[in-house]
Design a protein around this ligand. Structure first.
Ligand SMILES: [Fe+2]
Ligand SMILES: [Fe+2]
Length: 325
């Protein structure tokens, strides 16, 4: 049974990936306690386990199971506030001898068709006017096609799964297609190229661990995607035309550097061109709405989120929709 169905059925029986485990420990001596919490996922959803305490025989079993492994879990669904958790009654490593073992269904993945999204991205790049910027954009898209199709867009904030980066860029391009006629003063080619390439560095910033959990790479930790993306583009640009960068390529590099909007969010410069503002605002709209969409799924009608959501101005979110809407 997949996780989405298990949440509805109220019980859990299936094979899942262990995304991560968290260990808690409190106090010293007689009154101390320790606990473990596991996070399971498959292609449909993810779910946390209820804490397993040190005096529970299940603690040692869970302790020995490595992150990223595939496990067979039995349990019941437990409501913790508004969050559904699984109270584990048994857990063990799973493998091909389990009849419901299918590793291709265990990875968290974009729900959209990867090839269709990539085709749309290529169409938008192809619709740019001929010239250096189009050559750079198409050149990088074809050079990094495989990485662009797979990369997550973050470790856990938004689109944190296989194909997440492509889904993020695809949706930004859709938004731009809808509004581009409203801002004819902006350079369409620069904006399209900026959207496609603004997060390119993420293909080297993240990797997917066994089990599908995104992780920061050494390059991600040391440089971050803004620097990585800008240096890839700079190399590609000087390959086409050495010397002074053209105004359009300067603008593209500026978009990569400024797309987080503020220095405290990791951008060395705030946006200083109309195109950079447009890409930053579309990026902000798309990423915040994806976060809101993920969070609202967890909140029952009429209720508030359990926690403050820091990417949404560190406020709680309320679901004001009626049940049957
Ligand atoms: Fe970014
Ligand atoms: Fe982005």
């Amino acid at each position: 049974m997949d996780i989405e169905s298990a949440k509805k059925a109220g019980k859990v029986e299936g094979v899942y990936a262990v995304l991560k485990k968290l260990k808690f420990r409190q106090g010293e001596g007689q009154n101390s306690w320790k606990s473990l919490q596991a996070f399971f996922s498959d292609a449909t959803d993810d779910i946390n386990s209820s804490p397993v305490y040190g005096n529970d025989p299940m603690f040692d079993v869970l302790h020995k199971i490595p992150e990223g492994s595939h496990v067979k879990v039995h349990g019941i669904i437990n409501e913790y506030g508004d969050e559904k958790q699984v109270r584990i009654s048994s857990i063990r490593q799973a493998g091909p001898s389990d009849e419901d073992y299918d590793p291709s269904k265990l990875m968290r993945k974009t729900p959209n068709d990867i090839e269709e999204m990539f085709l749309y991205l290529e169409e938008r790049a192809g619709s740019m006017s001929e010239g250096e910027l189009r050559d750079i954009t198409i050149g990088l898209v074809s050079q990094y096609a495989e990485e662009l199709k797979k990369s997550p867009a973050s470790v856990e904030i938004h689109h944190a799964y296989y194909g997440g980066l492509l889904e993020h860029v695809w949706r930004m391009l859709k938004i731009h297609e809808g509004i581009e006629s409203l801002y004819p003063f902006s350079d369409r080619d620069v904006v399209i190229s900026g959207i496609i390439l603004h997060d390119l560095g993420k293909i080297f910033e993240y990797s997917l661990k066994k089990g599908g959990a995104p992780a920061l790479t050494d390059s991600g930790e040391l440089f971050g995607h803004i620097y990585i993306g800008a240096s890839i583009i700079q190399n590609e640009a000087t390959g086409i035309k050495a010397g002074e960068l053209s105004p359009q390529v300067k603008n593209l590099l500026h978009i990569v550097l400024s797309h987080h909007g503020k220095r405290e969010y990791g951008s060395p410069q705030p946006p200083k061109t109309a195109e950079a503002w447009l890409v930053h605002l579309i990026d902000y709209l798309e990423s915040r709405m994806q976060i809101a969409g993920e969070e609202i799924k967890k909140i029952k009608p009429g209720k508030w989120s359990q926690q403050k959501i820091w990417p949404l101005e560190n406020a709680r979110l309320v679901n004001l929709r009626k049940k049957d809407e």
